[in-house]
Design a protein around this ligand. Structure first.
Ligand code: 4FL
Length: 265
């Protein structure tokens, strides 16, 4: 995979290339990462990359000529590259989109600044518009890093030993189960007994259940657009029955935990 980032702040990417998984992926030749300064493609003595909006209003707009020249420049040695604009108007990045992007050989990531980029660039030079979430940043640079990190982790051989296991854990679109490490007791709290039982099958079963239950409790939306396996449906059903039992126990005892009109149901 080759990433080519187009930005007016190329220095922002140095620390990113030089650490962690991205650095390792570069050293192992899994990815090539380069950055082009849009300013280098701007004409004139001042190499201006932005201008005031037609129609008036606040803020500045990125001029089309330097962006077009930079994108063409990035594409000369890689004509098959896909060009991505990071923008709050794009499709919101998720693991599925990251997986799709990992299937391309070359990605050009265009980082907008100011109020946005001239619409004629979006129309004629951009293959995909991608957002990393519904909030406004000052520019697309952080978003480009997020996209590159999510994609790089999916390239085989970039994660070290735990490769496929790590990928599987999100590839089933559930949240991860809880994790614990030493010490066995921390500020009065222990760890779930099953995890120290040495019983690998039981541990795996517990992890699957926890992963599902946590997703249900914290991110129900993830379950709604996912097909559950029979095993998963059984886990949730058993959970519902357990909860029902607890609720029944409460109403029989006549506790005030339930409001008047709910009691006895
Ligand atoms: C890009 C926000 C991608 C969220 C300002 C310029 C942005 C962004 N995802 N805000 N680009």
């Amino acid at each position: 995979m080759r990433f080519t980032v187009l930005t007016i702040f190329p220095d922002l990417f140095q620390a990113f290339w030089e650490h962690g998984i991205i650095r390792r992926a570069i050293l192992n030749n899994r990815i090539v990462a380069e950055v082009l300064n849009i300013r280098d493609f701007a004409e004139g003595r001042h190499r201006v990359t932005d201008d005031t909006p037609y129609g008036g209003g606040p803020g500045m707009v990125m001029k089309p000529e330097p962006l077009a020249a930079a994108i063409r420049g990035a594409k000369t040695d890689r004509p098959e590259a896909k060009t991505i604009l990071l923008t709050p108007q794009g499709r919101v990045l998720d693991q599925g989109l990251a997986r799709d992007l990992a299937g391309f050989s070359d990605l050009i990531l265009v980082c907008g600044r100011y109020e946005g980029v001239d619409e004629r660039i979006c129309d004629n030079f951009i293959d995909f518009e991608i957002s990393i979430g519904d909030y406004v940043l000052t520019g697309g640079e952080l978003a480009a890093m997020v996209v590159m990190e999510a994609v790089t982790r999916l390239i085989p051989g970039t994660l070290g030993g735990e490769d496929s296991a790590e990928k599987d854990s999100f590839s089933n679109d559930l949240l991860e189960h809880a994790h614990y490490t030493k010490p066995r007791e921390f500020e009065g709290e222990g760890v779930p007994e099953v995890l120290v039982s040495g019983h690998h099958e039981a541990i795996e079963k517990w992890r699957q259940e926890m992963s599902l239950i946590r997703t249900f409790l914290k991110r129900r939306d993830l379950l709604e657009d996912r097909t559950l396996s029979k095993k998963e449906v059984d886990i949730l059903k058993k959970w519902c029955l357990d909860i029902e039992k607890i609720i029944r126990g409460q109403s029989i005892r006549g506790t005030d935990a339930l409001s008047g009109d709910e009691q006895g149901r």
